[in-house]
Ligand binder design. Structure first.
Ligand SMILES: Cc1ncc(COP(=O)(O)O)c(C=O)c1O
Ligand SMILES: [Zn+2]
Length: 414
């Protein structure tokens, strides 16, 4: 019986480029060829021993899919309640956009306020299992917050490298979680270089995007959940705000695994990567028919998570987008802000700018006929708007004499 605290069907690691195999129960970063490693499972056995009905008794977190997660011993799982987020029908927004089947998967409800919790819950659990105690990450912000939180919960050291202009919430949460924080005058790519240069001497395990095989396993549970929440009948399109693209790659992997289990058929959603016009390397590569992206110079956008000038897994993202008949689309920062306020005021969902980007993109894709008004469309809101108060405040500046000032004046005479 597979259920709570159930065993994993993990079998080995496989390089996504050269397909060389590695042992699953050892610490690995990239393959020697430079390719990201992926976790593989004994799906034949899983198919024989695991059934969707068993999920009825499974935990209401992403660990409900423990049989297809890499942690061998359930005692090593570090969980703060990540995953199993709501899939909300956006009726009022859908009406405005003439999309009658529009859904929002709200990842803002995760611990640490973003979907990064899934990846880091899985990666930190594996670090516990493999006995790794010092973890380092280059991050646009939310992955850092998630690593710091899960490392704190596990009693491990976290070493964080983030751009100097990272959202305030990310800096404050990392410090509160007791992480070692370095602010870098540059982009996530500069942060990654520093981790790469120092990790051997410091004895750090690099949990940077796709530098290890486990974060993607946590992220793929978004795909399992969409499938389960739609009763194993996948939607027509998924819009995902892509930086490093791990969520998109992970969901694609999840669908493949579910098909091999026999839980879904061969139908796939159109996978749609949404980027910012100020940093759109995947959009450019998609439009010019390239298999890999080129480093985007001068990357800038208010959506900190989309400020990724070059993704290690760009080829995997582009493969999934093309194989699914999807597309890649960029939206401006102003469109993101407008769309985020529209989402908040019509649906009560206060999104991260990255999630808001999907709302702007769906409007364009319905307008130009790429998506139909009857399609079942899922927008990923990858984070909470509460983590970006300085960004949203640009649309809602406080007046000089705000209510709070008056109140402050009453309580503490000035
Ligand atoms: C809120 C948010 N959305 C989207 C992304 C992009 O995610 P990925 O790197 O998996 O493409 C990030 C990454 O930092 C993020 O923080
Ligand atoms: Zn390889």
């Amino acid at each position: 019986m597979v259920g709570m605290g159930s065993r994993s069907f993990v079998s080995h690691l496989e390089c996504s480029l050269c397909h060389k195999r590695d042992a699953a129960r050892e610490a690995h970063n990239l393959c020697e060829c430079g390719g990201p490693l992926l976790v593989r499972y004994d799906l034949q056995r899983a198919r024989a021993e695991w059934r969707p009905e068993q999920l009825g008794a499974a935990p209401r977190s992403m660990w409900r899919y423990a049989p297809l997660l890499p942690v061998s011993d359930p005692r090593h799982v570090v969980s703060l309640g990540e995953g199993w987020t709501p899939l909300i029908k956006a009726k009022r927004l859908g009406k405005r956009l003439e999309a009658e089947n529009l859904w929002v998967k709200d990842e803002g409800l995760n611990p640490t306020g973003s979907f990064k919790a899934r990846g880091l819950s899985c990666a930190v659990s594996m670090c516990v299992e493999l006995g790794l105690r010092k973890l380092a990450i280059p991050s646009a912000g939310n992955a850092a917050g998630a690593l710091a939180g899960y490392a704190a919960a596990a009693g491990l050291e976290s070493h964080i490298f983030m751009p100097i202009d990272v959202p305030e919430a990310n800096l404050v949460e990392c410090r509160a979680f007791g992480a070692h924080v370095s602010l870098v005058d540059g982009l996530i790519s500069d942060c990654a270089r520093i981790v790469a240069e120092r990790k051997a001497a410091e004895g750090w395990f690099d949990v940077g995007t796709l530098k290890e095989p486990y974060r993607i396993e946590g992220k793929k549970t978004m795909g399992f959940e969409v499938a389960e929440q739609f009763n194993w009948d996948l939607p027509d399109a998924i819009l995902y705000p892509a930086g490093g693209g791990v969520g998109l790659i992970g969901m694609w992997k999840a669908f493949d695994e579910l098909e091999q289990l026999g839980w879904i058929g061969s139908k796939r959603p159109k996978m749609i990567a949404v980027q910012a016009t100020g940093c759109a390397p995947i959009v450019r590569a998609f439009e010019t028919g390239q298999a890999r992206s080129e480093f985007w110079r001068g990357a800038h956008t208010i959506a900190a998570g989309l400020r990724v000038p070059k993704a290690l897994g760009d080829f995997l993202m582009l493969e999934a987008i093309r194989a699914s008949g999807g597309t890649a689309i960029a939206v401006t920062d102003a469109e993101m802000l407008d769309a985020g306020i529209e989402l908040a005021s019509t649906e009560g969902i206060f999104a991260a700018p990255e999630g808001a980007a999907c709302v702007a993109a769906v409007r364009t894709l319905i307008g130009n006929g790429f998506l139909k008004g009857t399609d079942r469309i899922v927008l990923f809101n990858t984070g909470s708007g509460y983590k970006y108060l300085e960004t949203w405040s640009t649309r809602f500046p406080r007046s000089a004499v705000s209510e709070q000032d008056k109140l402050g004046g009453l309580i503490t005479p000035r």
